[in-house]
Design a protein around this ligand. Structure first.
Ligand SMILES: [Zn+2]
Ligand SMILES: [Zn+2]
Length: 384
């Protein structure tokens, strides 16, 4: 083919291509779809950022009208039932194993069918023992415990009971860090501690506060001084109307600094009558009294129930009053000793050395003489 002809054909082909390209209508550029992957970022708009909603269609939480907190009398141990109406049902600890059925019955009598949350503050038997029966009797939707293991049969049985609930598929088993549980739209349970591992099972107790309107409760398990100091050092909001006194009123809990931060109007001690630990101690009782808290004790009053409407707290339980100091045993005019035969004016220096258990009192000099006593030569009481 001659060179010119080839060039002419190429030129024609090129022109045809050019004309074709110009004549082909271009598809319109689609507007960028905001939700299309890889789409350019839309220009800033005043719309709020989308809130993440991973849960599909959860029914909104009801608004609570009342919150009743039952400090159940389980002897030496803790078992605290929270009834939010309407709203969630929570049990904090279950008392000792021997009280398990008592707790189950208590819950049943109050219409509890299932528990939304069980908190096992720490693995000691006076807190988790009764939970074994509870976990067998009720469907439990959530268990929070301290995450601390313990080498006892009671702990093994508790763990087995929790695992059974988890295996049944309706229960989640969680550790306490950062847990915030809405018990109703206006009732919040917040885990305050522990935020790290402390040196004892007691100090690793789950500490939680519950707020409903203007009223608040603080639950401390068996937390002692180290846990209290940690909470104070972290600047956690501890202020609460009702304090569940730590560790059954032991002197190793409820320090003056902790009490100053909580400033409770009411203090509840869960404790067994005649327990062998000497709980509650005089020191704790006087610290609570000095802080101006009204004291309630399950060993004295039985079950102690506080009800809140979000503004006001009420209880039908009788507050514990420190026994009035006994008046000095002055039963007479003159005093003698069982160890001697002299009688004295009570102000006599010899009278003051008589031990209280040896004192013997006389209404009159005559009575002293009749009992075979003679007047002291120092204070010279009358002879008749
Ligand atoms: Zn305890
Ligand atoms: Zn304990």
């Amino acid at each position: 083919m001659p060179y010119r002809k080839v060039l002419g054909l190429l030129l024609i082909a090129w022109m045809l291509l050019l004309v074709g390209a110009c004549a082909t209508p271009q598809p319109p550029i689609p507007p960028p779809a905001a939700d299309a992957p890889g789409a350019p970022a839309p220009s800033p708009s005043p719309q709020p950022a989308p809130t993440p909603s991973p849960e599909p269609a959860v029914a909104p939480l009801p608004e609570a009208k009342t919150l009743a907190v039952h400090f159940i009398d389980v002897g030496q141990g803790d078992a605290i039932l929270l009834l939010v109406q309407p709203g969630a049902t929570v049990l904090i600890d279950g008392g000792p194993r021997a009280a398990g059925q008592t707790v189950v019955n208590y819950l049943t009598e109050r219409g509890v069918k299932e528990l939304d949350l069980v908190i096992a503050t720490h693995p000691h038997a006076d807190h988790i023992g009764g939970l074994i029966d509870v976990l067998e009797a009720f469907k439990v939707k959530r268990v929070i415990d301290s995450g601390q293991p313990h080498t006892t049969k009671t702990f093994d049985d508790y763990l087995t009971a929790v695992e059974r609930q988890v295996e049944a598929g309706h229960c989640v088993y969680e550790t306490p860090e950062g847990q915030i549980v809405q018990l109703a739209s206006n009732v919040t349970l917040k885990v305050l501690g522990p935020d790290r591992n402390l040196s004892s099972l007691n100090d690793n107790s789950v500490v939680a506060r519950v707020d409903f309107g203007k009223t608040s409760f603080l639950f401390t398990g068996d937390a002692e001084k180290e846990a209290e100091e940690r909470l104070l050092a972290r600047g956690v909001d501890l202020k609460a109307d009702v304090l569940k006194v730590g560790h059954h009123g032991s002197s190793t809990s409820t320090s003056a600094a902790f009490l100053a931060a909580v400033a409770p109007a009411y203090a509840v001690i869960c404790v067994g009558a005649g327990n062998s630990y000497g709980h509650p101690t005089e020191q704790t009782l006087s610290r609570l009294a000095a802080a101006g808290a009204r004291i309630y004790r399950t060993d004295v009053s039985g079950h102690v129930v506080f009800t809140s409407d979000g503004t006001t707290l009420t209880t039908a339980a009788a507050a514990w009053a420190a026994p009035a100091p006994q008046p000095p045993a002055s039963q007479g005019m003159f005093v003698g000793s069982k160890k001697s035969d002299k009688y004295h004016w009570p102000t006599c220096r010899h009278a003051k050395t008589i031990r209280p258990e040896n004192e013997i009192w006389f209404e009159s000099a005559e009575a002293a003489r009749k009992a075979g006593y003679t007047p002291c030569g120092v204070c010279r009481p009358p002879t008749k």
